[in-house]
Design a protein around this ligand. Structure first.
Ligand SMILES: Nc1ncnc2c1ncn2[C@@H]1O[C@H](COP(=O)(O)OP(=O)(O)OP(=O)(O)O)[C@@H](O)[C@H]1O
Ligand SMILES: [Mg+2]
Length: 245
């Protein structure tokens, strides 16, 4: 479904991503780990069109996408979340979800704010997602009043409004408490069961190992290992990189 081939992204002398190739097969949950500054977010930016790559290619569902705008890539069914979630602070929780609807032009959005009959279906979808993510009680609160973990959850929920085929999640578990993390895992697994493919970056090794079918490891811009979770936690180079010799 997603094939990244020999991708480079340099910022001046910083080789943020160097000769990285990876594959995400349809229906799978793939983990991407690596120490701080390894290049994980840069790789996400390049895949999702937020940054231009210097070399290589990104192919999604048979189409080269490395020259496309992020909005176009999102419309093709690839939706990413951000490491630092902000949401739209001056809209309510519910409105934040409605912004990312199937038909998100401005007129349509204004209609949402009028909450007319026609948009009932989308509002129902958004409310059901808020229930699933435990944010329903806060649906009329301003997003500026949410906590950082709530913002992360909200961003994840909003991304689902766009009917993704594949989701790229950048540290969905960061700052999330253990109970909520458990819930987050169940939601990811449920969505995966419904056919959504995932590429997930996170620092929580247990979470990544529990949820992933396959894991890629980056360090210093390069891929240093790949394999099933049990292979990764026993990989000497990975252990050395994470906790030292
Ligand atoms: N826009 C930019 N301009 C210059 N350097 C950048 C830019 N974005 C990232 N970098 C550098 O590229 C390298 C990779 O950063 P990146 O954010 O991709 O790492 P990461 O693996 O996501 O780290 P973390 O786990 O801390 O989120 C770092 O050295 C970073 O400082
Ligand atoms: Mg990052």
């Amino acid at each position: 479904m997603l094939t990244v081939t020999n991708v480079d992204k340099f910022y001046g002398g910083v080789k943020a991503v160097e000769n990285v190739s990876l594959e995400v097969n349809k229906g799978k949950i793939i983990g991407l780990i690596g120490t701080n500054g390894a290049g994980k977010t840069t790789l996400f930016n390049v895949i999702s069109g937020f940054d231009k790559l210097d070399r290589g290619s990104v192919n999604f569902d048979g189409q080269e996408i490395s020259n496309l705008l992020p909005s176009k890539i999102a419309n093709l069914g690839m939706i990413r979340t951000f490491q630092t979630a902000t949401g739209f602070p001056r809209l309510t929780v519910l409105e934040n979800l409605l912004v990312f609807s199937e038909n998100n032009n401005f007129e349509f959005y204004k209609n949402f704010l009028n909450k007319n009959e026609q948009n009932k279906e989308q509002i129902e979808k958004a409310e059901n997602l808020l229930k699933k993510f435990g944010l329903f009680e806060k649906k009329n609160q301003w997003v500026v009043d949410l906590s950082a973990p709530e913002l992360k959850i909200l961003e994840f929920a909003r991304a689902i409004m766009g009917n993704p085929q594949i989701m790229l999640l950048d540290e969905p578990a960061a700052g999330v408490n253990p109970a909520l993390l458990e819930q987050l895992m169940e939601i990811i697994q449920e969505l995966n069961g419904e056919g959504i493919t995932f590429l997930i970056v996170d620092h929580n090794l247990r979470f990544i190992c529990d949820i992933s079918d396959f894991i890629y490891v980056m360090n210093d811009g390069k891929l240093i290992a790949q394999g099933k979770p049990d292979e990764i936690v026993n990989n000497e180079l990975v252990i050395e990189t994470y906790i030292g010799k």
